[in-house]
Write a protein that binds this ligand. Sequence first.
Ligand SMILES: [Zn+2]
Length: 463
Amino acid sequence: MTTVIHNAAIVTVDDRDSVHYDAAIAIEADRIAAIGPNADILARYPAAERVSGAGKMVMPGFANIHTHLTMTLARGVFEDLSPPHKPPFSGGLSPIPLPDMTPDERRVMAQLGALEALRSGTTLALEDSNDVDDYAEALAETGMRFLLGERAYDRIGTSIGDPAPYRLDRALGQRHLRIIEDTFGKWNGKADGRLRIAVSAWAPDMCSPELLRDLRGLQQRLGTWATIHLNQIWGEVAAVKAHRNRLPTEYLADLGFLHDRLICAHCRCMEPSEEKLLGEAGVTVAFNAAIAARRGLSPHIADLEAHGCTIAMGSDNMAEDMVEVLRTGLFMERIRREDGRNPTPEQALRWATRNGYRALGVPDGGWLAPGNKADLIVVDLQRAHMIPVLRVVATFVHQAQARDVQAVMVDGKWLIRDGAVLTMDEPRILAEAQRVANAAWSRQFRARLDLKVPAGFAPDALP
Ligand SMILES: [Zn+2]
């Protein structure tokens, strides 16, 4: 089966950032077969299914290299309850904890997150959580590509960003190591290779040196990728200083935990010497621009990139909209550099697509060229906010909305076509997710009368 999308603007994100206007792209099975002038491609594939790309743009799908799909449950709550940037630090991402969920509830919230991700043009994501087995099957059914990071930690009694003494539970860390290995055995390479399993260390202040050494050993033995939250908030820096008498990145470097298959999320509260350590090890930094802006923190992306880090992008929690992440990243970094021209839209788009794919071990995806994976999106340009189309990459980065994504293809298969999601029951997921959230928050406020209900909370989610 061959498909040709013709008369489209094709954004390749190749080595020269080539853009082909009024061109065609041919897809055979799970790969891109050819890109070129309409007449040439249509003549080469006379039997192909023809899809008109008139008034549309074809570009690589997004790689979201840091997210927590089930934390869509905290949408509307956690964005405005960020941890403090100065002492006293108490630990946790929010003074209101995330409600516990049953495995079924977690699956519904993960489906909601995946639905939003797909609708915004995401084709590959690195999900980080405990017990990804609860919803791995549901994610496989979306048709998207996932690297699922199964999480380990061995600190109990608190959460990230707490300088209080480290309460070690070695057995907990050992149990997490076994779950990672079991999950890897069950899911890695499944769904035609679209599902893979990675090793996740929660954060430097939630993992003992022994656990980090074990995790590094397991990751090498499994031959997979690893991820960690790093220098995320100032409380984490204070905690690692208190527990290990050094900075978080130094702590990881001393344990041999930094390497070129490691995705470090955030890297915001960081000394220049730490940025240098990360660059020397060739790690990938997840620039989670939208959540960073909400937290009022900014990583030094230009410095991290100059030191040798790969920059790619993630949404982190509550939102999965990579169109928003892409634009916020360009805005934030221009403000931080006090530079109204850099990064360019082409640079930011590369972070959000090709760099993310390469970082997650799919170097032949995230950019459009013959022989590469057919993971692509089709964007409608016939919109009041997109016309006139003069520099299509700049137009997309500065003006596009997630709802402009009209079609999504992964491995040569349509997951969204003509604006309709083909792999998920959208109305059912929306209704179930609202029901799950009402029930989970209601339980939480009933069990914890000490918690202050945030302003404007919906009555259906109260006890
Ligand atoms: Zn995170």
